[in-house]
Ligand binder design. Structure first.
Ligand SMILES: CC(C)(COP(=O)(O)OP(=O)(O)OC[C@H]1O[C@@H](n2cnc3c(N)ncnc32)[C@H](O)[C@@H]1OP(=O)(O)O)[C@@H](O)C(=O)NCCC(=O)NCCS
Length: 213
């Protein structure tokens, strides 16, 4: 259950360049709910006045995905995300138990070669995305909490990540049945390396994708 606890004062009309009588309004709602962090929702709508007529249109809910450094408070959220059975089936990656998970994250956060970001969607921690060196490659992976799926968050996070992280080529292994993740990679320009698929010990086929130079 969520409560609107504050109505921001962003209700300031901004004159749009398109037409002198075209105004854009913005309202920001700040929510608190059972999960850590505040959710911010923004509604924008436009008003065009022509003579005696006023047209209200294009009310929209803007999607806001930002990447930031990982902080300790994110880890229990990431832990919960990776415990989800449907997610682990999708990624073909088993969940770590509590101690193994926290030990793993302490280790990867210490290594300066790793670039790891928290994905924040409208003020809430929605997942993580990271890249690390592995042999002659630099690999990439991401994980979105199940409650955030299907809202374009992975796509937006990956687009932001590759703008920020300039290493090329960037590689990602994806199990063949993970259609969602394959789509996310393809939308950001990753190309399947046909000759490089491998079969894991579980018998599942991993496909290799690369973002070229
Ligand atoms: C795979 C995953 C990252 C997708 O995240 P998401 O935020 O829901 O993805 P998006 O909303 O950005 O969707 C991107 C595209 O993938 C498609 N897609 C997402 N999940 C899908 C699914 N389960 N089946 C089919 N298509 C799917 C979307 O329809 C969208 O395609 P479109 O733009 O052509 O409509 C997320 O489900 C996840 O983290 N899963 C568990 C961990 C995992 O698999 N990580 C990746 C390891 S390689």
């Amino acid at each position: 259950m969520q409560f609107v606890t504050a109505l921001d004062s962003n209700f300031f009309p901004q004159r749009n360049n398109f037409h002198k009588n075209y105004m854009s309004y913005e309202i920001t709602l700040w929510h608190h709910d059972h999960r850590p962090g505040n959710r911010v929702q923004r509604f924008c709508f436009d008003v065009l006045t022509v003579g005696a007529f006023t047209f209200h249109f294009s009310m929209s809910h803007s999607l806001r995905v930002v990447l930031r450094e990982v902080v300790d408070a994110d880890l229990p959220i990431f832990f919960a995300h990776q415990c989800d059975a449907e997610s682990t089936r999708m990624a073909a990656f088993p969940a770590r138990d509590h101690d193994a998970f926290f030990a793993h994250w302490a280790k990867i956060r210490r290594d300066p070669a790793n670039i790891i970001k928290t994905i924040v969607f409208e003020g809430e921690v929605a997942g993580n995305i990271g890249s690390w060196p592995a042999g002659d490659k630099r690999l990439l992976a991401y994980w979105i909490g199940r409650e955030f799926w299907g809202r374009g968050i992975a796509t937006a996070a990956l687009a932001a990540f590759i703008l920020e992280v300039k290493h090329r080529p960037l590689h990602a292994f994806v199990v063949k049945h993970n259609i969602g993740s394959i789509r996310v990679l393809q939308k950001s320009g990753f190309i399947q390396q046909d000759s490089a698929s491998t079969k894991g010990e579980d018998g599942l086929e991993d496909l290799l994708f690369a973002l070229p130079q």
